[in-house]
Design a protein around this ligand. Structure first.
Ligand SMILES: [Zn+2]
Length: 341
């Protein structure tokens, strides 16, 4: 992918090309949006355009050729002057050692790149020590270097970091984000829901798939946030601070879980919408989950359009009830048993 492809999808990235052409590239950029994959790929493209040997020699418009030896190495993540930092896989935290290593590398004389690039994926995963260490680098950026921070939750970043970066927002295609994040479990759900096992047992089987998905979401949020909280507070902190930490942790787990639960139920609502659209003879290109259409058709063939539409309303009602602090397990059971399957 080149800069032009990128700009055609995300027009506000035109500023990257203009800054390259005027040779006035900033020291730090903050890319935000829901679609992490798109931001990772945009950072890679920008790093290639900054260092492309071919385009520079031809004095062509600022972009990357994707073929020269610099472009190829950046694409394969093997370029010695383009450094990626990601949260550690187990704790999901960006450790201070990682930040120090990045700073040291950016301060070295560049090997063969014209611009050394440091890319921090999920920059909001920096606990305070890491964030403060990074802030120092931002305040005195190494020469000939550029830092790109990617974040899906920029409100978690220090204000002092945000204010030192040029902010670019990636508007994402909601449907493609939904497919990437939810299609796997929805496939299991759709398979079970399309089986004509309409008895109680069948319903509970369908419900169980959703409940498992919610439980997994909660578990991974708990693991993530606990790890971050432990990293942020040293062990010797006094009991009062520890108590405060635990309260904050509980609150942030709850709010993130609610956010993710909302996204899970919304994806389910969109799948039910697919089944209704099929019953209304809509074309396949209007479906959110075209890959699941075999199962969607099975359900649509079996039920009247009015029931398929009622299913969409069941999920909407469920979302509303859950937002009123209703008891979750009960609200889920009562409402999900109303689904027409
Ligand atoms: Zn190139």
């Amino acid at each position: 992918m080149g800069l032009s492809d990128l700009i055609s999808k995300t027009p506000n990235l035109e500023i990257l090309r203009r800054s390259l052409e005027r040779q006035r590239v900033g020291h730090a950029y903050l890319f935000t949006g829901r679609d992490r994959t798109a931001m990772v790929s945009a950072s890679r493209t920008f790093a290639k355009a900054l260092n492309c040997i071919e385009h520079k020699s031809k004095d062509a418009e600022a972009d990357c050729c994707n073929q020269c030896h610099s472009c190829e190495r950046i694409q394969a993540d093997r370029h010695s002057d383009v450094h990626w930092v990601r949260p550690e896989s187990k704790t999901r935290v960006i450790k201070i050692q990682e930040i120090r290593q990045l700073t040291a590398r950016l301060q070295l004389k560049s090997n063969d790149a014209r611009c050394k690039v440091g890319i921090i994926v999920d920059a909001d995963r920096m606990p305070p020590q890491s964030a403060n260490a990074f802030l120092k680098t931002l305040e005195e950026p190494p020469s000939n270097s550029l830092m790109i921070l990617l974040s899906t939750q920029p409100d978690q970043l220090l204000d002092t970091i945000q204010s030192r970066c040029l902010h670019l927002h990636f508007h994402s295609d909601e449907a493609s984000v939904m497919r990437r994040e939810h299609q796997a479990w929805l496939e299991t759900f759709a398979q079970q829901a399309s089986v004509s096992d309409t008895g109680m047992l069948g319903r509970y089987k369908v419900m169980d798939i959703l409940l498992t998905q919610l439980a997994q979401a909660r578990q991974s949020i708990e693991e993530d946030l606990k790890a971050r909280s432990i990293e942020a507070f040293p062990k010797e902190a006094d009991p009062e601070i520890m108590k405060k930490r635990d309260d904050e942790l509980k609150a942030s787990i709850e709010s993130e879980y609610r956010r993710q639960r909302g996204a899970i139920l919304t994806s389910l609502e969109w799948w039910f919408r697919d089944t209704w659209l099929i019953a209304m003879n809509a074309e396949a290109r209007f479906l959110t989950f075209p890959d699941l259409q075999k199962n969607s058709h099975q359900l649509a063939d079996r039920l009247d359009a009015q029931y398929l539409r009622a299913n969409i309303q069941v999920i909407e009602t469920l979302q509303r009830v859950l937002n009123t602090n209703a008891q979750e397990a009960l609200a889920l059971e009562v409402n999900l048993l109303k689904l027409h399957l």
